[in-house]
Design a protein. Structure first.
Length: 431
C-alpha cells in the first residue's frame, strides 16, 4: 500500500517536471519566433493600404500595386482583400455589379434605338441581319441598317430577360413586352428557314381618347358620339379589323370611356391596353415552363375574372376556343368588349359563330347562333386604306333575331370613301 502511494507520488512529480520543461521549451520557441518576426519587419516594413510602391517583397512573396500574388493567387489593384489586409493602390474590396432597374438596362437598344425614338415609325421588323424594315404611315420601308446575328441575339436575350419570357427549341415563338409598352414577337429557326424573325410594334396612338381619334380623323364626331353612348349604355362591343388596322388603339379608347365608378378586368396575351381608369386589373397569359406545366390560357383567365367582381370584362383579342367563354360571360349579365380579326363587320359576326366550335365536339351551331345574337350588341370595323390611313369603316348593330344560322344585322353608319353614310339601324338614334 505504501509502496504504491510512493510510486504514484513519484509519477506525479515526474509529470510535473516534464510539463515544466515543456512549458519552458514553448516559451523559448515563442521568443525565437518573435525575434525572427521583428527582424523581418525591420528589414521589410509592411506596406500601407494606399502605398504606391511598384513591388514589395516579403518572405519571397511579391505584393505589387498593379498585380499582387500570394501563394499563386493574383490580387489586382482594382479590387483586393486578403484576411482583412489591403494590398492595393486604389480599391480594396471586390463586389459584383450593382443591380439596376430593367427599364434602365433596356434604355438603349443599340442600332435599333434611332428607330424606336422616331415617333413616325410604327413598327420594326427584322427578316435577317441584312434586312431590317420599318413601317411609317402604314407603308413599309427597307432600311440601310446592317446587323450581325450575334448583335440581334444579344439584344433579344436582354429584352426577354427583362420581360420574364423565354424562347428555345421547345418554345420557338414568344410574345413579350418592352419597357415602353411596345409589343415584341420572335420566331427562331428551325421554325424560320435561317434567321430570327423579329417584330416590334410600337403602338404610337395608344392612350388616345375617342376625342383624340376624332382629331386624327379615325372617325367623325357623330361616330364618336354613338360609341360613347354605347359605352355608357353598357353595350357589348366587338372591334374587328385586319392586322395593324388600329383595333387595340380603338379598344383602349373605348375602355378609357368607361365611367370611373366601374371595375374593369382586362385579359390579354401580352399587356398592351393602358386604360385610364382608377379601378382596373390587367391580366395576361403565361406559357408552360421547361417541364411543360404551368400554362395559363385566356380561357382560364376569363373564368378567374368572373370571381373578381368585374363590372366589365375586356379581352384583348379572341382567336380560338376562348370565344365560347367570352360569350357565356357576356350572357351572364356582365358587359364586355373584345377584338377579332375579320375582313368586315358581318364577317366578324360569322367568325364569332365559328370559333367556339373549337372548344369541343359538344358545341353545336344551334347553340351558338342565338348565343352570339344575344351576346353582341355592336360591331365596330376598322381598316387601313392603301395610303396607310386608319379609319372606322362601319358600325353594325347586331339584333337578337336569327334564322337558319343567320343573325340579323343592320348597318348604323358606313364609310363610302369620302364621308359616313347612315344605315337602316336606329341604334345610334335610340342611344
Amino acid at each position: 500500500m505504501t509502496s504504491n502511494l510512493r510510486a504514484r507520488v513519484a509519477d506525479d512529480f515526474f509529470d510535473d517536471r516534464v510539463n515544466l520543461e515543456d512549458r519552458r521549451d514553448l516559451r523559448e520557441q515563442r521568443g525565437r519566433r518573435k525575434e525572427r518576426i521583428d527582424l523581418e519587419s525591420s528589414e521589410f516594413p509592411e506596406p500601407e493600404s494606399n502605398s504606391t510602391s511598384s513591388a514589395i517583397k516579403t518572405s519571397g512573396t511579391n505584393f505589387a500595386s498593379s498585380a499582387t500574388t500570394t501563394s499563386g493567387t493574383n490580387f489586382a489593384s482594382s479590387a483586393t482583400t486578403t484576411s482583412g489586409t489591403n494590398f492595393a493602390s486604389s480599391a480594396t474590396t471586390t463586389s459584383g455589379p450593382s443591380p439596376t432597374d430593367g427599364a434602365n438596362q433596356l434604355a438603349r437598344y443599340g442600332p435599333l434605338q434611332a428607330f424606336l425614338d422616331d415617333p413616325t415609325i410604327e413598327e420594326i421588323w427584322i427578316n435577317s441581319p441584312q434586312r431590317v424594315f420599318i413601317a411609317r404611315n402604314g407603308r413599309s420601308e427597307l432600311t440601310n441598317l446592317i446587323l450581325t446575328s450575334d448583335e440581334i441575339q444579344a439584344l433579344m436575350d436582354r429584352i426577354l430577360l427583362w420581360s420574364g419570357r423565354r424562347i428555345d427549341l421547345s418554345q420557338p415563338f414568344v410574345d413579350a413586352r418592352l419597357p415602353d409598352g411596345s409589343r415584341l414577337h420572335i420566331a427562331i429557326p428551325e421554325i424560320t428557314s435561317e434567321h430570327w424573325a423579329i417584330n416590334i410594334r410600337k403602338h404610337l396612338m395608344r392612350g388616345k381618347s375617342l376625342k383624340d381619334l376624332v382629331e386624327l380623323e379615325v372617325m367623325n364626331d357623330e361616330v364618336a358620339g354613338i360609341l360613347m353612348a354605347s359605352v355608357l349604355a353598357r353595350k357589348n362591343i366587338l372591334v374587328s379589323g385586319s392586322t395593324q388596322a388600329g383595333k387595340t388603339t380603338l379598344l383602349n379608347a373605348l375602355v378609357s370611356s368607361i365611367p370611373v365608378t366601374e371595375r374593369v378586368i382586362t385579359i390579354e396575351e401580352v399587356f398592351e391596353l393602358r386604360p385610364k381608369l382608377p379601378d382596373c386589373i390587367a391580366m395576361q397569359t403565361r406559357g408552360s415552363n421547361f417541364e411543360g406545366v404551368g400554362e395559363i390560357s385566356i380561357r382560364r383567365l376569363i373564368k378567374e375574372a368572373l370571381r373578381m367582381r368585374p363590372s366589365r370584362i375586356v379581352i384583348g383579342e379572341i382567336r380560338e376556343a376562348e370565344s365560347l367563354d367570352l360569350l357565356i360571360a357576356l350572357n351572364s349579365g356582365i358587359p364586355g368588349m373584345a377584338t377579332l380579326h375579320a375582313n368586315s363587320a358581318r364577317e366578324a359576326v360569322r367568325k364569332l359563330q365559328t370559333l367556339p366550335l373549337l372548344a369541343g365536339e359538344n358545341i353545336t351551331q344551334d347553340f351558338l347562333t342565338p348565343t352570339v345574337s344575344r351576346a353582341i350588341d355592336l360591331v365596330v370595323h376598322v381598316g387601313m386604306d392603301q395610303s396607310g390611313k386608319r379609319r372606322i369603316q362601319q358600325l353594325l348593330s347586331v339584333n337578337e333575331r336569327s334564322e337558319g344560322g343567320h343573325i340579323d344585322c343592320e348597318e348604323i353608319v358606313t364609310w363610302n370613301g369620302s364621308n359616313y353614310v347612315r344605315g337602316t339601324s336606329n341604334l345610334g338614334r335610340q342611344i
